[in-house]
Design a protein around this ligand. Structure first.
Ligand code: GTR
Length: 436
């Protein structure tokens, strides 16, 4: 019986529909009618009117729904180990106090994840740049990168990634485009970040958990999780987004030990699938003081029920290992989803949260990303926040290059699915309001 449910889910989700057979809607007029779950009504119908009720009853209910029905649960051992588990250790293996055109302190930290039962380890490299002349400890932006730490700047000292965790060994001379040394620097405006007095830390997401069907063969999913393939997980067993989110928590553990870093002023940021990850990180680990989602779309900031652009069905077929198997139950029955993405945003309350879209990134549903922010407002209001919700007073999408909001911030950059300097300008402005 144990493996029966996943098999049924698999058959209905994967074989019944190929990804390109799933209908994608880009017409606002064809967005279906839907009713969103109310973040302030408990599962038993009780209305939430106090912060205490929210924190003790309703917030845990919503967190549990996201864990059980969407992202999947951490393995028990990881849950029980809490923060600073003794099986994760850190070693600064490289440091320069005169890095990045003399502007920065650079550190590279090897994170070692030890198996709970064998001698096996998984290693990931954390790359850190701190503004040299800013008073310490400094506030930080932190986020995973897609292609390797060496893609952030062209500094030759930066170690690529732990090839032993990837499925194939990589020869640097074969890397090109965004994957070459410095190839993704346009996505990480390090000058702007350092000049504003912030540090930047990044880590290659495949070092922690491999982004592919074979995630069980490498990284922490293998080390702590499934000894089987992603398709035969328990229905609520973690997907790779939960693995990445837990890995980011370990980065925070490191920050808490580094006297040059102010762990109380850390903004976790991520783009696209890594934006879904930054939201889930912020929801599950409240040490992250600010949470930023860049173009995270379906399974991130965009309301699932709108089914505009990428849908739950499509994402579960294209990326069957990002979420838990339970999420597939809603492929064709979104009304049955006990939660929606406005409640993921609400899980950050009362911390500042920022959502960014891009005007041409219709796949990620910019309007749906804004709607999530708007429908999270009542939870922030519960905290009696004095910060006005400028521009978030109505569910009307504010349009491109018109940043709105305060404690919940939103902008839509002109252009495509990317992270650009314009986005960083808004993130820095937003962080300045709360961190400076
Ligand atoms: C797309 C996927 C999106 C988004 C994106 C990315 O193919 O459909 O959900 O996450 O990848 O991560 O780049």
């Amino acid at each position: 019986m144990k493996n029966f449910l996943p098999l049924v889910l698999l058959l209905s989700a994967t074989f019944a529909f190929a990804a390109d057979e799933i209908k994608i809607n880009y017409d606002e007029a064809l967005v279906p009618e839907y009713t969103l779950p109310d973040p302030l009504t408990c599962n038993d119908g009780t209305k939430v009117t106090t912060v205490e009720q929210w924190e003790k009853v309703r917030r845990p209910e919503i967190l549990e729904q996201f864990q059980r029905e969407m992202f999947g649960r951490l393995p028990k051992e990881l849950r029980e180990a809490g923060n600073h588990p003794d099986f994760v250790t850190f070693r600064v293996f490289e440091q320069s106090d005169d890095a990045y055109h003399g502007k920065a302190i650079r550190k590279q930290v090897e994170i070692t994840f030890k198996s709970l039962t064998t001698d096996e380890t998984v290693k990931a490299n954390l790359l850190i740049y701190l503004p040299k002349n800013a008073p310490k400890p400094v506030p930080m932006f932190v986020g995973y990168n897609f292609q390797g730490n060496h893609t952030i700047t062209d500094e030759p000292e930066v170690v690529l990634f732990h090839t032993r965790n990837s499925l194939e060994k990589v020869d640097e001379s074969t890397l090109e485009g965004k994957g070459a040394r410095g190839g993704s620097s346009s996505r990480w405006d390090l000058d702007q970040i350092l000049d504003a007095g912030y540090g930047l830390a990044t880590i290659h997401y495949n070092d922690v958990a491999f982004d592919g069907n074979r995630c069980h063969e490498t990284g922490i999913c293998k080390l702590y999780g499934f000894a089987h393939d992603a398709e035969s997980r328990e229905p609520d067993e973690w997907g790779s987004i939960t693995a990445w989110a837990w890995g980011m928590g370990r980065v925070m553990d490191y920050f808490e030990t580094d006297p040059q870093i102010d762990a109380k002023r850390v903004a976790v940021m991520g783009h696209s699938r890594l934006g879904k990850t930054s939201l889930w990180t912020g929801a599950s680990d409240s040490r992250f003081a600010i949470v930023i989602s860049n173009d995270s779309g379906c399974g991130g900031a965009a309301l699932s029920r709108r089914s505009y652009g990428e849908t739950v069905h499509r994402i579960n077929v294209s990326f069957p290992f990002w979420f838990c198997l339970n999420f597939r139950k809603y492929n064709e029955d979104l009304a049955a989803l006990p939660m929606d993405e406005h409640e993921l945003i609400a899980l950050m309350a009362p911390r500042p949260v920022y959502v960014a879209s891009a005007s041409e990134d219709r796949w990620a549903d910019p309007n749906g990303e804004y709607q999530s922010c708007f429908f999270a407002v009542p939870v922030y209001q519960l905290y009696g926040t004095k910060t006005p919700f400028d521009g978030l007073a109505a569910p009307n999408w504010p349009g491109a290059e018109n940043p709105v909001g305060n404690i919940i911030g939103y902008h839509c950059r002109k252009g495509g699915h990317d992270v650009q300097s314009y986005d960083w300008t808004q993130y820095i402005k937003f962080a300045d309001k709360y961190f400076k």
